[in-house]
Design a protein around this ligand. Sequence first.
Ligand code: ATP
Ligand code: MG
Length: 270
Amino acid sequence: MSLKQMIGRYFCMHISDGGVNGRMSCDEKDVLSLSDEVGESSDKDMISQFQGEGQLFSNIVGYEDIKKLFYLSLYSKERPVHILLVGPPASAKTLFMLECMKLERSYFTLGSHSTKSGMIEYLFEKRPRYLIIDEIEHMPLKDQTALLSLMETGIIAETKFQKARNTQLKTWVFATSNATERMLTPLLSRFLVLYFKPYKYGSFKEVTVHLLCHGEGIAEDIAEEVADIVWTKLKSRDIRDCVKIANLAKTKEDVKWVVETMRNYSRKSK
Ligand SMILES: Nc1ncnc2c1ncn2[C@@H]1O[C@H](COP(=O)(O)OP(=O)(O)OP(=O)(O)O)[C@@H](O)[C@H]1O
Ligand SMILES: [Mg+2]
């Protein structure tokens, strides 16, 4: 899948109320055993191909242990192991989710756009293998309950207008969050929760240089200058600051000037 298609899916996929036409049959029973889910072996082939060629997560610098955990989760046979990434801004959480969208039958949504009825409708209709929820903490608490049974047993059930239906899925849930305070305790308990620490100077510089040189086509010495000055003068730990500054500056002098101006107009300046 091309990056363009991925981004297209990123912005188009909103699981919200009324998004899918509400067809529902009376007493519909669609219970499958987990092994009945189609595409299991082809998924594994694809995952090993991604792993072999280093394609999955190839855009992410570092985090080798986290990448390995994702692979282990994707290979888990009996039951899906769901993963939640929690961490500060610009620590590559969304990047992990975007990479997971390379997997077949993966579906992306934002927590803020996900309601319980929209989610249930979507699960019945699309039967996703990988449900990817960015910023899950913005999902209202009452809507988070939609995930509890899916993640524990794979069963989803609904009774609406005196009509009942249920089904069973084998769906991995991968999600991100800045914090866990706004998440249901039982939901948290269903995830393997990984807390990202803020970058230390070495990783901050490595990620910045990689991103600016490969992603933005900026010369290495300028990229290094940006990383240094953002860390030391701006006291920022946000990689996004480096990208903004690099896009405004052509020379090291420009970098210094942009950062000085940002400092003059920062909240802390008098
Ligand atoms: N380890 C990394 N490898 C490659 N790029 C990175 C890494 N860490 C941060 N970035 C870059 O930083 C920017 C922000 O990353 P991302 O959107 O994944 O952050 P996030 O953790 O989801 O932040 P937020 O909590 O604000 O949503 C992106 O441009 C991303 O490419
Ligand atoms: Mg994010």
